[in-house]
Design a protein around this ligand. Sequence first.
Ligand code: GLA
Length: 721
Amino acid sequence: MRLSCLLPFLFTPLLFGQSHIEYSAAKKIWLLHTESSAYAVGVNPRGELENLYWGGPLWRQDDVPAATGGRELSSFDPPQSVINEEFEGWGGTRYLEPAVKITRADGGRDLVLHYASHTIQGDDLKIVLKDLKDDLFVTLNYHVYAAEGIIRKTALIENKTRQAISVESLQSGAWYMPHGEGYRLSYVTGRWAAESQLTREPIHTGTKILENRKGHTSHNFNPWFAVDEGSASEENGRVWFGALGWSGNWRIAVEQTPYAQVRVTGGLNTFDFAAPLKPGESLESPPFYGGFSAEGFGGMSRRMHRFELTDILPHGLEARLRPVLYNSWEATTFAVDEPGQRALAEKAAKLGVELFVMDDGWFGKRNNDHAGLGDWTVNPQKFPNGLEPLANYVKSLGMDFGLWVEPEMVNPDSDLYRAHPDWAMHSGDRPRSELRNQLVLNLARGDVREYIFGVLDKLATQYPIRYFKWDMNRPFAEPGWENVAEPKELWLQYVKNVYEIIDRLRAKHPNLEIESCSGGGGRIDLGILRRVEEVWTSDNTEAFDRLGIQYGFSQMNAPKIMSAWVTDVPNMNDRSTPLKYRFLVAMQGALGVGANLNKWTPADDKLATDMIAAYKRIRATVQEGNLYRLLSPQSGELTANQYVSQDGKQAVLFAFLHSQQYRQTPPPIRLAGLDAKAIYRVQVLGLLGTQQFSGAYLMQNGVSVRLAGDYDSTALILERL
Ligand code: GLA
C-alpha cells in the first residue's frame, strides 16, 4: 500500500477514537471515513437528508458545508430536483428515481421522509427518518469498513401506523457522483456460457437500468456498477463503484438528471414487486456496498477483492485456501456409477487433487435431464451400496468428497412432482413452462423450504460430504402463489428461504463448504457470497473464452472464489488450446480439473501433476493476493495478469498469446505492485534456471516473455530476496 493512501487513515483514529464516523451537531452533518474514501450526509433546513460528498478521503470536517435544501429554480424545477436527497420517499414534489414508494390501505401514497434521530455505535451509523405526518419510519443503516474502503448501506421501513401499507419499491440507497457531466458507466453483461462481458459506455441524461427479473442473480447482468470521469484506466483515474448483496430480482438505476447530476439507486427490483406491511411489520432492503478508488479500475478491484475476502466470505480471513478440485461433469455427464467414479478419483488423487466432486446423475432416475430432479435418494443401479463406499474411497485417497445438488428444482417426471405437483411454481391451471425439462419449486413456501432443508441436512448427515455444488439451472416462470394475501411476495421470500436453508445447513454442519452454481455464473453476488466458498464462473470452460469471462469477473470478484477448471478440447467451440495454456488460464482462480482423465496420456498426466504442484506453490498469492490486470484480453494479442502476495514476498505473472502475426516478438510486460528497491528472483514456471532483477527494472522496463505461436502461454514466479 502506498504511504499516500495510508496517511488519511492514520489521522482518523486520532481524530475520533474508535469510530470512523464524525457528527457535527452544529451543522447537522455526518462524515464517514474510510482509508480510501469519505462520505458525508446532512440534514437541510426542511429536515430532508442530503448527500453532501462521496469521494477521496477528507480529513477536515469544517470543509463540508451544511445542507442548504437548494431552491425552487422554477415552478417546474422544485428544490428536490436539484438537491441530492439521500433517501427519497415518493411524495411531495419528487420526480426522480425514488428510494421507497408505498400505498396505504386508504389509498394514500404520499411519503415525505424527514430526519428524526440518529445513533452512532462504533462504525455503525443509524439515521432514522419519519414521514412528515404518519408513523412510517425508515432507518438508514451505514456501516464503515474503514480499512477496506467500503461503506455498506441498508434501509429498513417500519409501519408503526394503524393501517396496512404495501411497499411498492424499497431500494437500499442512492449514490451520488460529484455534480457534473462526462461520466462513464462500467458493468458486466452476458448470457449462459458468456457471462461477465465487461462493457463501458458514456452516461448521458436519462436513466439506464441494469436489472434482473429472472428470480436468481442472472447471467445477463451482475449487480454492480462502476462510474468514472470518462478516462480512468486500469491503474489511474477516479472510480466510484457499488455492488448489491441480493440473489433475486435486483435493480440498479443509473440516472443523469437534467440538472447534470449522476445518481445510482439500487435495491429490490420494483418489477412485479409488492410487500404488504401490517401495523408493526417491517421490511429491510438488501445491502448495497460502495467504494471509491483513486487508482483506476485496478484499485477498485483490489479493494473489492480484499473486502470480499475479509468481510463477505464465510470465515473471512480464517477460511482455508481453496483446494484443487476435480469435477466429473464434463467427463461423464449423467453416466456416473461407483466403478467409474472410483477410477476417476484414483487418477485425480495421483495428480494432486484435494477435493473430488461427483456431479449430476447420482440420484433418482437421473439418466438424462428429463427425470429425477426432486428425488434426492441415491440411484440403486448406479450405486448399489449407497454413496458411502465411494465417499470413503475418496477419503482414503486423501481427498474430500463433494456432491452436486440442484435442490430448488423438480422434473415433472419425478416422485416428488407426482406427490406434490402444487409445490412447483404455477399460475392456476395454466400451462407450466418447462426449461431443460424442469420446473422451479416454490421455495417461498414454508413446507417446501423445510422439505429442501431436510433433504440436504440428511445428505450432509448421512455421508461424509465436505462440499455441495448447489446448482440452479433455470429462471422462474409463472411465479404464482396460492392462498396468500400477496403472491408477488414470492420473489422476496424465495431468496430469503434459500439464504435461510444455507445458513441453517452451515450452522448444523460447520465443515460444509458450498459452491454457488446457476448454470455457470447465474448466481454470483455479495448476498450468496456470504454463504458460499466459491462460485462456478461459467459452463464455458474453453480457455480463451475464459480469459474474457475471468477479466469481467475479476472486476468485482476475488480470484479465490472463481472456480476454474481445466477441461478437454475442443470444448464449446472448435478451438483446441494446448493443455498447458488451459492450466495457466485456470490457475488464475480456484483451480479445478474437469477433464476425462481416462483419456489423458502419460504426458498429460505428467504435465498436470507438475502444474498442480506449481499451483500449490503460488495459490496463496493468486487466491488472496493483489491482482494487476496488465494487459486485457479485450485489446491486443497478449493477455497478462499479475498477482502479488499480501506480504509482497511472491508475485506471479501469467501471459497468454491469442494469435500471432508476422512472428512479432511481444514487447516486455511491465509489472506492477512490486517494491522498486527490492531484488526479485524470477523463474519461468516449469524451467529450472532463475534470473534476478530489481523491482524498479521489472516495473519500468518490464520482463520479456517467450511466447512463440498461437495459444502459447507462460507464467513467471517472482520471489523477493
Ligand atoms: C449445470 C452446471 C454444470 C453441471 C450441469 C449438470 O449446467 O453449470 O456444471 O453441473 O448443470 O446438469
